[in-house]
Design a protein around this ligand. Structure first.
Ligand code: 15L
Length: 266
């Protein structure tokens, strides 16, 4: 497949770009910043919030699918978060509809349900329960994907990613870790699953202590191979581990992020 990867210069983007190419896909990169050294293939230095600039990429390239990873990966103001996650998603979906591109894989986040108290395994059918404005924006971006799936028959897979890291670093990560290799497996499965319509999956490895149910991902062909437990002996417990284990969003749900939604200072 010829796949446009947004946020291709980011930490997930660089891994996914190489991984998809290794799996035989043709990758077109898009990011706010120029292509990192050593990268090859077509590249567009474009702000994904700019609908005209995004549409111009679709004029230039005949695409089969989009992997949308662009967006600020941390908490921000509500307007900034909506711009970063919802406006970018909408710009891509409009261009996809215009150019008959029917598949999008979206980097959503566990923070869409981060305020869910930690108890049983969390499935994809729990109510949206964001822990931050970042999480609110991920919920809203998922809703836009759902709308375009219903209105325009776009296949849209929202991957609620846990903690994408080289290796787990905290006790929470033993439950939330997504390895680099499993991330590529997840994106490839979401790209190639037969007619998923609108679907949500949890983007974590096959962690022994998983907090999220992998069933929805497995139904789409995502078979994670790594397990954070292999690193458990190297994790040094910290005083904040208990608080981070109260809700699935961990540090985003523990407080410290409370602030008004809108900045009235100017
Ligand atoms: C995310 O979605 C964030 O982008 C990242 O910064 C981490 O907070 C990660 O989730 C996580 O929950 O570990």
């Amino acid at each position: 497949m010829k796949v446009l990867v947004t946020g291709a210069a980011g930490s997930i983007g660089q891994v996914v770009t190489v991984g998809l190419a290794d799996r035989g896909h043709t990758v077109v990169g898009l990011d706010l910043v120029p292509q990192p050294d050593g990268g090859d293939g077509p590249w567009y230095t474009v702000d994904a919030t700019d609908a005209d600039a995004v549409a111009a990429v679709f004029e230039e390239e005949t695409l089969d699918a989009v992997v949308h990873l662009a967006g600020h990966p941390d908490e921000g103001s509500l307007p900034d978060s909506l711009t970063s996650h919802v406006v970018t998603t909408a710009a891509l979906l409009d261009a996809m509809v215009e150019h008959d591109v029917r598949r999008i894989v979206y980097a959503s986040s566990n923070h869409a349900v981060g305020r869910t108290p930690r108890s049983d395994l969390v499935g994809v059918d729990v109510r949206p329960r964001p822990d931050t404005f970042y999480g609110v924006a991920k919920v809203a971006a998922e809703a836009v994907l759902s709308l375009y799936a219903d209105r325009h028959d776009v296949d849209a897979v929202a991957c609620r990613i846990g903690s994408f890291l080289d290796r787990p670093e905290t006790v929470r990560h033993l439950s939330t870790w997504l390895s680099h290799d499993d991330c590529v497996r997840m994106v490839d499965a979401a790209l190639t699953a037969t007619a998923p319509g609108f679907a949500v999956l949890y983007g974590i490895s096959a962690n022994t202590r998983a907090w999220w149910d992998l069933e929805a991902g497995r139904a789409l062909g995502y078979e994670p191979q790594d397990d954070a437990e292999a690193f458990a002996d190297a994790i040094v417990p910290r005083p904040e581990d208990d608080a981070e284990g109260a809700h699935v969003g961990g540090p985003f749900a523990t407080g410290g992020f409370e602030r008004p939604a809108l900045d009235r200072s100017s």
